[in-house]
Design a protein around this ligand. Structure first.
Ligand code: IYR
Length: 223
């Protein structure tokens, strides 16, 4: 045991087996209703909700508990427009040459393209940053560990928290994403990881029919 750091009693809820199964099933069914949404309403969502959702993401485990993430929540209309313009400029190059024919073909069911109106329509854009290192006071770079894994887990928790709160999300990957660092003035040790519009779906929002892997396809068990 580590005797340098004070230990405290674990706050843990124990359930009987029936309750455990009921809770696991209920949560799975709630998550199963989450869909990536590409048509947003401009209905405002209180910042207080965003704060709770980001705090939920911040409970994620991370390498050596370095918490190598920053969540930038953008609601300012002017900034959203600048982000949209810059993202669309990159996406034009992607869709008209940088992406393979195979990739374009794989995206057909999702009706994506270089136009990204949701970057202005959604009330909030959450820019997730990964922090590969922390600057030391003497200017040295102190590395973080398992940064992609940690930020990936935190982002999954962010999406689940948003869904639970009744917010739709889109995991958007404009590429390359350097423009976000410039527009948001982020420090050198923050690198954009994902751009996630959040808000309510447009009233007429549709989503493509898609199958999820059946349990037999995604679960391998040795019991
Ligand atoms: N970044 C582009 C292309 C794109 C790529 C994948 I993989 C997607 O699942 C969806 C889109 C865009 O955002 O349009």
């Amino acid at each position: 045991m580590n005797d340098n750091i004070a230990q405290v009693p674990l706050d843990f809820h124990r359930y009987d087996e029936a309750t455990m199964l009921a809770r696991a099933t209920e949560f799975r069914m709630e998550l199963a209703r989450r869909r990536t949404v590409r048509h947003f309403s401009d209905t405002p969502v209180p910042f207080a909700v965003m704060e709770q959702v980001v705090r939920a993401a911040g409970t994620a485990p991370s390498g050596a508990h370095k918490q190598p993430w920053t969540f930038c929540v953008v609601g300012n209309a002017g900034l959203k427009k600048q982000i949209r313009d810059a993202a669309e400029a990159e996406e034009k190059l992607n869709y008209h040459g940088r992406m393979s024919a195979e990739w374009i073909e794989d995206l057909k069911p999702f009706n994506t393209g270089p136009d990204k109106p949701f970057l202005e329509t959604a009330p909030w854009l959450v820019v997730v940053f990964r922090r590969p290192y922390e600057p030391e006071p003497d200017g040295r770079k102190h590395p973080n560990y398992y940064v992609n894994e940690s930020v990936g887990i935190a982002t999954g928790m962010l999406l689940a928290a948003a869904h639970h709160a009744g917010l739709a999300t889109l995991t958007h990957t404009p590429s390359p994403m350097d423009f976000l660092s410039k527009l948001l003035g982020s420090p050198a040790n923050e690198r954009p990881f994902l751009l996630i519009p959040m808000g309510l779906p447009a009233v007429n929002a549709t989503v493509p029919t898609l199958d999820r892997k059946a349990v037999q396809q995604l679960l391998v068990s040795y019991i």
